[in-house]
Design a protein around this ligand. Sequence first.
Ligand code: 13P
Length: 335
Amino acid sequence: MSELNNIALKILGSGKGILAADESTGTMTKRLDSVNVPSTPENRLLFRETLFSSNGMRDCIGGVILYDETIKQTSSKKNKIPELIASMGSHPGIKVDTGAKILAGSPNEKITEGLDGLRERLKEYYKLGAKFTKWRGVYNISKEYPSKLSIQSNAHALARYSALVQECDMVPIVEPEVLMDGDHSAQDCYQKTSEVIKKCFEELILHKVDLKGIILKPNMILAGNKSKDKISNEEVAKLTLECLKNSVPSDVPGIAFLSGGQSEIEATENLNLINKINTTNFIMSYSYGRALQQSALKFWSKNTRDIEGTQKVFNHRAKMNTLAAQGKWSKEIEN
Ligand code: 13P
């Protein structure tokens, strides 16, 4: 087994999942504004450190995606954040893209940037303790989007990024996110997601990326958030599984879903249903940002010194998702 495959399996093994705590300072500021906490480096660190030192972290989280600011910060107990994460039995990871910008040639779509100088930045992050990385490609969906141009150019960037990351001995998380915004049907989401993922693998293979040493981070197959014809959670699970079965090569060890604006419970319930009917060899787990942190952030904002209380809220959410990653969650356990 290759070392990268080993890392991927450790991150997602035994029902563990990934905590996506890699909000850029801009996004984190929006999250903190929404709960009336000033967005200072100290507050951003305090909230994150609270989660990283929790029991939920030790029991459920196999990897944490960090933002550049956080990977360089030092905890209140004076250890480096990657060391704190490693001491909890988890793997530190790092977001390395520099964000989605307007795609020249199709101004209503985005292309993710960050390839220039990436090899040097990767070496630095590796030295800081990173074991894996993340790059997110983002796709609008409507009748005309995502365009061929957006599908092709984002897949190309994801593949070039992945090849560089493996060259630096880290596991790339490949995240093509088809957004849930819009009035499209679940069938539309299925069809576009499938096209997007297939193109990503075509490029990954062209760039000689070892598929056993990546983690795929896709969206689930959902109807648009403005769509009139919603589908049941059972159908979400069935379509999601079918889509991935038909578009992901079997070498890939694990798939870790993004939550993408689903509520906490919805994201847990859908993951659970997926695992109940998962007949593939893929590990199906979570790499949630909002769906792991929302309640904890809300609780914490009322008293930012209540570490224990905040950790309790986070522990519960992490535990529920780890049960869901094994198909063992239920509404009774949730409540
Ligand atoms: P959400 O789970 O909030 O969608 O965040 C996951 C993520 O990392 C998006 O890039």
